[in-house]
Write a protein that binds this ligand. Structure first.
Ligand code: UD1
Ligand code: UDP
Length: 364
């Protein structure tokens, strides 16, 4: 069995790393195809170095562009590599343009597709990620659903049960595998003059927030107003957000705006934060896993499990609502169970491929 692991962005590198480690450990025939969707050192290479991953065998260097330009160039590049390598199966993870291009290129060549983190839905079709998820799920032969809830969503869309395996989310594997190393790392809180439990950690990068001037200004105002509660706010700024903040000349009064962080530093900041404010999917999950309350700067989430266990609330982008939801979560003393699995999702996925794919070429 030859596996092609297709990835292209920061969260895909992090969430694919447990699967890559498993492939390495079992000495499987696999290769990494990087689309180059993310390419800045702090969004790409730093994660390969820190997570000890081999360099990608192919990097398409597609870079940034409109959705059509980016996805179209990826499709062309991925098809060429897949035709040359003839893998038995392609693995994709999540909901980016890289995922859509990987799924489409493979399915049209008749190559089996395995979708890691299948069955997530925000039911907001204005989000590019929602379209990517739906199309990727419906192009896939193997749907690795992180939770029972995501499995039910797939069943509700008519995907046959034989194609679905509930595995947990590989983000838990990544957090568990790297938390210990991160604890032993030099304390990044000192670098930013922060004290444990006395600051909030913020991340904002979604297209619908960052590329909308009103929403972005509201979010920045909301973050600034949370400082009135007596906490510092540190915000590692994604390049999409950096570009727009600069263009609009938005200055932040008192927020600690820093460069995107390496994974181990980010895990340290997440674990020691009093609260997380974010529009990121992965950060909502990680906060929930690490037991840190989360306020999500969106109107919906495709991670409803975090709401169900009481780890997360939706705040949208109105400043007063952001402050109120922060107060609510600060008052909330409860602890919760991590709904995303036991940290063995990567192993389950790879073992499944070995046991079922090699022998039967189909789950059914
Ligand atoms: C993409 C995903 C999003 C995911 C995010 C993870 C899509 C549609 N969106 O959004 O789902 O949550 O990655 O971070 O696939 N840029 C750089 N350096 C880089 C990468 C991007 O400077 O390495 C800048 C460029 O100005 C670029 C902008 O960021 O135009 C947006 O990059 P893009 O890959 O289009 O989307 P993301 O916002 O990163
Ligand atoms: N992350 C990181 N450094 C940062 C911000 C985030 O390493 O400065 C990690 C974070 O731990 C999580 C992932 O990036 O695992 C989330 O990626 P992102 O928010 O870019 O994308 P999303 O999950 O929303 O698709």
């Amino acid at each position: 069995m030859k596996i092609s692991i297709i990835l292209g962005t920061r969260p895909e590198i992090i969430k694919m790393s447990p699967i890559i480690r498993e492939c390495e450990g079992l000495d499987l025939d696999y290769f990494i195809l990087h689309t180059g969707q993310h390419y800045s050192y702090t969004m790409d290479q730093v994660f390969f170095e820190q997570l000890n991953l081999h360099e990608a065998k192919y990097n398409l260097d597609v870079g940034s562009g409109t959705h059509a330009e980016q996805t179209g160039q990826m499709l062309i590049g991925i098809e060429k590599v897949l035709q040359k390598e003839e893998p038995d199966v392609v693995l994709i993870e999540g909901d980016t343009n890289t995922v859509l291009a990987g799924a489409l290129a493979a399915v049209k060549l008749g190559i089996s597709v395995g979708h890691v983190e299948a069955g997530l839905r925000s039911y907001d079709r204005k989000m590019p990620e929602e379209i990517n998820r739906i199309l990727a799920d419906h192009s896939s032969d193997y749907l690795f659903a992180p939770t029972e809830k995501s499995k039910q969503i797939l069943l509700g869309e008519g995907i046959s049960e034989e194609k679905i395996l509930v595995t947990g989310n590989t983000v838990v594997d990544a957090v568990f595998q790297n938390s210990k190393i991160s604890k032993n790392k030099r304390n990044v809180l000192d670098d930013f003059g922060l004290r444990c439990n006395e600051y909030f950690l913020a991340t904002v990068h979604r297209q619908e927030n960052v590329d909308n001037e009103c929403r972005l200004c509201d979010i920045i105002e909301g973050l600034e107003r949370t400082k009135e509660l007596g906490f510092d706010v540190v915000y590692p700024v994604h390049p999409r957000a950096r570009k727009v903040l600069k263009k609009l000349g938005i200055k932040s009064n008192g927020l600690k705006l820093v460069e995107p962080l390496d994974y181990l530093s980010f895990l340290q900041l997440e674990r020691s934060a009093r609260l997380v404010l974010t529009d990121s999917g992965g950060v909502q999950e990680e906060a929930c896993i690490l037991g840190v309350p989360c306020v999500t700067l969106r109107d919906n989430t495709e991670r409803p499990e975090t709401l169900d266990v009481g780890a997360n609330v939706l705040a949208g982008t109105t400043p007063s609502t952001i402050v109120n939801k922060v107060k609510l979560m600060l008052a909330h003393q409860g602890s919760w169970q991590n709904p995303f699995g036991d940290g063995k999702a990567g192993r389950r996925i790879v073992r499944f491929m070995i046991e079922n794919f090699v022998n039967c070429k189909s789950i059914g």
